[in-house]
Design a protein around this ligand. Sequence first.
Ligand code: AGP
Length: 364
Amino acid sequence: ESYDMGGHDTYMHKEIAEQADAVDRVLRGRIDERFATVHLGGLNLDAREARRMRRVKILGCGSAYHAGMIGAQMIEELARVPADAEPASEFRYRNAVVDPDTLYIAVSQSGETYDTLAAVQELKRKGARVLGVVNVVGSAIARETDGGVYVHAGPEVCVVSTKCFTNTAVAFALLALHLGRIRDLSVADGKRIIEGLRRLPGQIDEIMRAEDDIKKLAADYAEAKSMMFVGRVRGYPVAREASLKLKEVSYIHAEAYPASELKHGPLALIEPAVPTVAILPDDELLDKNRATLEEIKARSGKILAVAHQEQEKADHTIVVPRNEVELDPVLMGIPLQLLAYHTALALGRDIDKPRNLAKSVTVE
Ligand code: AGP
């Protein structure tokens, strides 16, 4: 893709709008229908190693860390191996125990983020196996890792990551499917995920068609003094990323919490001027999430739900097309990128170059 604005007013809008094509690209040539799996050419991890590993640890910063949180859940769900994500910036400083049976994965758009690179170098020095999930081909992290998956989002110019975040989540879905099919994921489940992956680009287009409605909502929510983002399990990393997006580009203070943690403290913040964005995938936790909406309503909190059907307790619902539950985090973040964008636009912010931020942080 070119650096040309292509008729968009900002790179952020261009990059949000490009996501259906970007997702198409990360899938292209990788799906193996016959074995209900995917081929990841540069992974450099054979089936025996994939079966032997006992844990997966994912490291990245900012949006890359949030995409890693989604990746950890997908790997745990599909490949049934314990997985978690941690900010690379924390990991590198805490003298972590490096376990020979753990597969480490570094995530980065630029491939140049110093904290992530330093974590990779420390891991390599201690003899760990480190893969990369990286966008920029030939970047420092791509070169330092033992192999990995390219994200193929194309150039991302806006400081605020959008299409690369989405493509990284899809790249993790591919990796999770690949590891799952080597371990114990059935052919039927492999096929189900592949069909879900194939539906993503069309569903992203569908979400983009709701942009005018989201723009109207943004005009309303731009008046908030602070915003709360909540989700449970699959919805939580989506809430984290959406909250970061809003802060970065609109400068509205936002917090993200697991919905289940609200009652342990943050519920005290809920009042009419502090709206909540709630992520409600149609999974086994939907009833619990609906109960959370009731708790917020009981405190006069305004609610914007992101769900697969209108939510009675919410003031507004953004309806997102249904896919396989494991892939919900990929789609549910996209309308919230648009919400952050239009909120920032309504507030007259410098969208492509938010204050105090750089596209990649290549220093300590
Ligand atoms: C994303 O919107 C941010 N600007 C930021 O959090 C970014 O994701 C982080 O600095 C990591 O960058 P990287 O993906 O290039 O490593």
